[in-house]
Design a protein around this ligand. Structure first.
Ligand SMILES: NC(=O)c1ccc[n+]([C@@H]2O[C@H](COP(=O)([O-])OP(=O)(O)OC[C@H]3O[C@@H](n4cnc5c(N)ncnc54)[C@H](OP(=O)(O)O)[C@@H]3O)[C@@H](O)[C@H]2O)c1
Length: 380
């Protein structure tokens, strides 16, 4: 029996992980966590009877601690405690953002297998996280696809990888993106996901973060990582080999598949989702991305190639800008503008320590808030 802790069990990946676990013999839910959604956490406690839960938000934790008949911890320290608990075998990191970094390191340092959805952690601190390479299994569908294609292949035969991107809701229109609304940006054509990643998909920053994620997970140079728009989201990624052949991974657009694979790796279980019906598929098409309408992808390549603390800054500025967009304080095209200003002001640190990364992240967030306020003032 494997004990599983789900960090972020009330989110999109977290709830889908619980759906997978309901049908997976040999796996038990040991721990759950939320930031603020204590109502859903309470339902999950009744259904899955965990031994420990964590509430990220300290105020909510103070109010709700005694209402659950289960050991309850709080804050980022609580997440670290759950991640490193001696009874836990697998940690599913379904948190969003830089807040997942310390719990990830706590789990890795305690020797846990980590099924990692929280890509911002690899983007911000890839060199620290990948010291524990053998314990990490990706959940992101593109990286899971590449992971599966590469299984059993010789490394020297690999030429490059091709990450597919749906293109998001604005792939073809409107031409002018400044006036798109939050509601429109949250309408992803193929996936139902949390707010932050849905906006990242619309700006193509999600693909940029995935490029940096792939650099760390598969130890690739940036010129070995290509991106292609594939609006149907059926091919989840591809690998080009040195003889020119390309292997593609195809599956329905359903995150429960890569989640299940990460949990059971290297075993593969029977599928519990609808199988891929090739005869009913729309034609599979491919296109290049438009760097003028969607500058975020190239911004991520730029930050990734500079390396050191620069991707941490890119990520922090993006997190702030996406929050401000979701709060309707800035426009859609202000997101890349803010990130560009913050990245341009940063003097990168090579091989930053964890403390340096926390300082860099904090400073970048302050700079992003300042740049946003200047932009709002100019727009008024
Ligand atoms: N969703 C997908 O299909 C998908 C696909 C591939 C990769 N990913 C990646 O997976 C990660 C999670 O995405 P998601 O879409 O599942 O996000 P989400 O729906 O927003 O869920 C995030 C989870 O983390 C909790 N959380 C957020 N901030 C926290 C904090 N500061 N401290 C403690 N807990 C916190 C949330 O609690 P509350 O419920 O209280 O907010 C929620 O349980 C992201 O890195 C994303 O890029 C997602």
């Amino acid at each position: 029996m494997f004990n599983v802790a789900i960090l972020g069990s009330t989110g999109s990946i977290g709830t889908q992980t619980l759906q997978v676990l309901e049908n997976l013999p040999g796996y038990r839910v040991y721990g759950l966590s939320t930031n603020k959604n204590v109502n859903l956490l309470s339902e999950q406690i009744q259904r899955f009877c965990p031994k420990m839960v964590v509430i990220g938000d300290e105020d909510k934790a103070d109010r709700f601690k005694n209402s659950f008949n289960v050991f309850t911890a709080s804050g980022n320290d609580g997440l670290c405690e759950l991640a490193a608990d001696t009874n836990v075998d697998i940690v599913v990191n379904a948190l969003v953002g830089f807040a997942g970094l310390r719990p990830t390191l706590a789990a890795l340092e305690a020797g846990k297998k980590v099924a990692l959805a929280n890509k911002e952690v690899l983007v911000s601190a890839g060199h620290l996280v990948m010291k524990h390479r053998s314990q990490i299994i990706p959940i992101d569908s593109e990286h899971s696809a590449i992971w599966q294609i590469l299984a059993g292949k010789r490394r020297e035969d690999l030429a490059s990888i091709i990450l597919t991107a749906s293109g998001g809701p604005f792939f073809q229109e409107p031409q002018n993106l400044q006036k798109v609304t939050v509601k429109e940006a949250l309408q992803h054509p193929n996936w139902s996901m949390g707010g932050k990643i849905t906006i990242d998909s619309a700006t193509l920053m999600n693909k940029g973060l995935e490029v940096i994620e792939a650099h760390w997970l598969f130890d690739l140079k940036y010129d070995q990582i290509e991106v292609i728009i594939h609006p149907q989201s059926i091919i989840h990624s591809m690998v080009k080999f040195k003889d020119g052949s390309v292997l593609a991974h195809m599956a329905p657009a359903d995150m429960r598949l890569p989640i299940q694979y990460a949990l059971t790796y290297p075993d593969m279980q029977h599928d519990t989702t609808l199988p891929l019906d090739l005869l009913s598929l729309k034609p599979l098409t491919f296109a290049q991305h438009d760097p003028v309408r969607f500058p975020c992808l190239n911004l991520a390549y730029h930050a990734g190639k500079i390396g050191g603390s620069m991707p941490t800054v890119l990520n922090a500025a993006n997190e702030v800008a996406v929050d401000l967009f979701l709060e309707e304080k800035i426009g859609f095209t202000d997101i890349p503008q803010i990130i560009t200003s913050v990245v341009n002001k940063h003097q990168p640190i090579n091989q930053p320590t964890l403390n340096q990364l926390f300082n860099v992240d904090e400073q970048a967030r302050k700079t992003a808030v300042y740049e946003a306020s200047q932009l709002i003032e100019r727009n008024d």
